[in-house]
Design a protein around this ligand. Structure first.
Ligand code: UTP
Length: 297
């Protein structure tokens, strides 16, 4: 029987070393993308897909995350006093977005370990995992499509993006077989961050997953892998190799806009791309960008 998914787990406990020193005292998920922290886009996406119960796995410097989704009485009072209702609305919006719970990861032993920490909260039901530094453009559909596939196949669903073969060493890469659905493939194997030569394809896993609760038992028995971390990809590989455990693994191929805000270059591109499309910033930014680009070699 298909289960109605309501829970989202958002791991946000990574060290964010690529962004040091900005992430010395602040999680990378709090870096602003235009005028919202990256994590707010991710929570908004979860809510838009019908997920109302959000569990954030946090690390050191978690206070900024908690404050962002909480009431700040002093700030609200000042905005109200000034009659700045528009900004007050924006401040309250992030507070009222969803029911957000927090859990410390403890030691950052890897993404698989962060997901395993959600076991008690999730219980025995399928759930979504959204990486807190990965933004999917709200104009493109992904998570609700994945939830739909999870319900119909009763399997594990990951999001796949076709990447430049030169970049396979940055992702978990899948061996795939076609299905009857144009945007869905069956995954028969997964390997974490292979070289171009070793990569079985250019289908890369991006930061959205709809998992079955069996993943927790698998993660408990998954030894540290690449980089000495407990890798979610390794646990998914176990499920892909043993489809009898939990119905196998399928990939929804995403062809929309995705921004990896944990990477400095992608982060800058994300801000520019999102800002040029905004009504309040685009009309001024676009002509400036054109002139700026003309001045480049
Ligand atoms: P990354 O691979 O981007 O690692 O994690 P990182 O440590 O955050 O960043 P860099 O590479 O040092 O710059 C992918 C996702 O998994 C989470 C991160 O917060 C990010 O959303 N993560 C990673 C955890 O929650 N815990 C971990 O132990 C590792």
């Amino acid at each position: 029987m298909a289960f109605h998914i309501t829970k989202a787990v958002i791991p946000a406990a990574g060290l964010g070393t690529r962004f040091l020193p900005a992430t010395k005292a602040m999680p990378k998920e709090m870096l602003p993308v235009v005028d919202k922290p990256a994590i707010q886009y991710v929570v908004e996406e979860a809510v838009a897909a019908g997920l109302t119960d959000v569990l954030m796995i946090t690390g050191r410097n978690k206070t900024a995350l908690e404050n962002h989704f909480d009431r700040i009485g002093e700030l609200e009072a000042t905005l109200l006093q000034k009659g700045d209702i528009e900004r007050l609305r924006k401040v309250n919006y992030s507070t009222d977005l969803a029911e957000v719970h927090y859990l410390r990861q403890g030691d950052p032993l890897g993404l698989g370990h962060a997901v395993l920490r959600a076991k008690m909260h999730v219980g025995d039901e399928p759930f979504a995992v959204l990486l807190g530094d990965d933004i999917i453009d709200e104009r493109d559909v992904l998570l609700s499509r994945m939830i739909e596939e999870q319900a119909s196949r009763n399997a594990t669903i990951v999001a796949l993006l076709e990447v430049d073969p030169k970049l396979t060493h940055l992702y978990g890469i899948a061996t795939v077989e076609a299905t009857d659905d144009d945007d869905v493939v069956r995954i028969t194997g997964l390997v974490e961050k292979p070289s171009t030569e070793e990569a079985p394809s250019n289908y890369a896993i991006i930061g959205r997953y709809v998992l079955r609760p069996e993943i927790f038992d698998i993660l408990e028995h998954t030894p540290p892998g690449k980089g000495g971390e407990i890798q979610l990809t390794d646990a998914l590989q176990t499920l892909a190799a043993n489809p009898d455990i939990a119905g196998g693994v399928y990939g929804v191929v995403f062809r929309g806009r995705r921004y990896d805000t944990g990477d400095r270059l992608d982060y800058i591109k994300a801000i520019v791309q999102l800002a040029v499309d905004r009504d309040d910033l685009g009309p001024d930014l676009r002509p400036w960008l054109k002139t700026f680009a003309e001045g480049l070699d």
